[in-house]
Write a protein that binds this ligand. Structure first.
Ligand code: CUA
Length: 156
């Protein structure tokens, strides 16, 4: 009978711990929201033409040498297909996808990230060398994947 009593105590303790653990886990998950890591804002990929930020993608000057570039990636191009900034500019990229997962990759820079539909994917880069920078898609997105690219013109 004593054994039975201890078994019961341990059983209650075990279930209690499990419930407490799950409760803590659940509260933690919902309290902070199930969001992808930082640098992500949401956007409706089905209605980009009505979106405040993405209805007119392109470059906006923020101040002297700071620019914001909003770009839409879609199979198999970027919109716009070419942007221009003066040398020395820091460009804040905000990129989203109108369809599937693409990437926004500028070879030989630190810019190389996935572009996911429904999210605004952000990164910044300072262009200290003038010239034409090629942007390519590094994420297989369909038959035209290898032709998906755009250009960034960094002028003197
Ligand atoms: Cu877009 Cu590969």
């Amino acid at each position: 009978m004593h054994l039975h009593k201890y078994e019961k105590i341990w059983l209650v303790f075990g279930i209690g711990s499990l419930v407490l653990f799950l409760a803590v886990l659940g509260v933690a998950a919902f309290a902070f929201g199930h969001q992808p890591p930082s640098h992500m804002a949401k956007v409706d990929s089905q209605n980009l033409d009505q979106d405040v930020a993405f209805s007119e993608p392109g470059v906006t000057q923020i101040n002297d040498n700071t620019y914001q570039a909003r770009i839409i990636a879609q199979a198999f191009s970027y919109k716009p297909s070419r942007i221009e900034v003066p040398v020395g500019s820091t460009v804040y990229f905000e990129i989203t996808s109108a369809d599937v997962v693409h990437s926004f990759t500028i070879p030989e820079t630190n810019i190389n990230f996935m572009v996911t539909p429904g999210h605004v994917n952000m990164a910044e880069h300072t262009f200290n060398e003038p010239g034409e920078y090629l942007v390519i898609c590094n994420e297989y997105c369909g038959t035209g994947h290898h032709h998906m690219q755009m250009r960034i013109e960094v002028t003197e």
